[in-house]
Design a protein around this ligand. Structure first.
Ligand code: SF4
Length: 327
């Protein structure tokens, strides 16, 4: 989401404009919309509202959805009264926008400013390329209407040094919460270890970005080979967008193979999966393999907490080594 600073130019606002901006969670007045009018925008969750009648320069750039002119005022010279009136009318505008969708002009302008990972986080949930998985998600919407029930995008620090790749959303974890590994037993292992290492504070990941190789929850936790291959286009773009990642931790054989395929490594057999194995590939982050912290592995002792901690200790050592060698 944009911040006030991103969209307003606080130094150029009058005092009432600044006060107005401060009262919204996120506010925008675009110099990129034309400094000519009070282009006041605000976003609330997924709904972006265009609150004013700004004046785009080109006819083609006009919003497709008519928004009520709130105040024909300039944010720089906004009076207290104007800001009050705008705040009062925002509720009504938001209601209209929820019915009709966001202003296309503004949505386009925001898309143009999106960072690659931000764009992926928006695009992935709309994918329905795998018919079997799309049908499964549709059935889940009836069974669990309060769940996310869409493809799950990545989550975390977009400037992460560590990228963690899982297999696919768990039915009652990521598929419920909309965040990889969140709210199930595997997630307790993963987020628990990240918290122990101060990379997770209960709300935010610091230096870590988590994705799944397959974005949709598969029946029986088993994506088909076709589905894995189809979903690689998303993973490939995520890996490419994680420009600052220095270490990639692949959880499980499927995730490990997916990363290698996205990087164009052939043959895969040259880098077989084994817990704790490290692969150094030219021009790529270091790839570390680990067993997936699934219940099946943790309950049977295939993956013990000592093994799990050792993998993260190794990841931390590799990061330190890479950072030192670059210094
Ligand atoms: S698994 Fe991937 S490619 Fe298939 S529908 Fe889900 S997001 Fe799209």
């Amino acid at each position: 989401m944009f911040s006030t600073i991103d969209l307003f130019e606080p130094a150029r606002l009058g005092s009432a404009g600044r006060a107005f901006a401060g009262r919204l969670t996120t506010v925008g007045a675009g110099h990129w919309l034309g400094d000519c009018a009070a282009g006041l925008l605000f976003s609330s969750g997924a709904t972006l509202c265009c609150v004013s009648d700004f004046a785009p320069k080109a006819e083609s750039a006009r919003p497709t959805m008519a928004t009520p002119p709130v105040e024909k005022t300039n944010a720089r010279t906004m009076s207290d009264g104007a800001s009050q009136r705008i705040l009062v009318r925002i509720g009504g505008v938001q209601e209209r926008l929820e019915r009709h969708g966001p202003c296309a002009y503004v949505a386009r302008a925001m898309r143009a400013r999106e960072a690659p990972l931000e764009r992926l986080e928006r695009e992935i949930p709309a994918c329905s390329d795998c018919p079997r998985l799309a049908d499964f998600l549709a059935s889940l919407r009836t069974r669990h209407p309060d769940y996310w029930n869409r493809p799950v995008p990545g989550f975390g620090d977009r400037n992460a040094w560590l990228a963690i790749i899982g297999l696919a959303p768990g039915l009652h974890g990521a598929n419920r919460s909309g965040r990889p590994f969140f709210r199930d037993a595997s997630g307790e292992w993963l987020y628990g270890e990240l918290a122990r290492r101060r990379l997770w504070d209960g709300e935010r990941l610091a230096g870590v970005y988590i994705v799944n190789a397959v974005k949709c929850v598969p029946p029986g936790n088993r994506p088909t080979t076709d589905e894995q291959i189809r979903c690689q286009r998303w993973l490939g773009r995520e890996l490419a967008a994680l420009e600052s990642a220095r270490v990639v931790l692949a959880l499980g054989r499927i995730a490990h193979g997916a990363v290698l395929r996205c990087w164009g490594v052939r043959p895969l057999a040259a880098h077989p999966f084994a817990h704790g194995r490290v692969a150094r590939l030219p021009g790529r982050p270091v790839l570390v393999a680990s067993y997936h912290p699934s219940r099946q592995n943790t309950n049977t002792g295939v993956l013990t907490s000592a093994m799990w901690r050792a993998v993260f200790a190794r990841v931390a050592r590799l990061e330190r080594l890479r950072t030192t060698s670059r210094a």
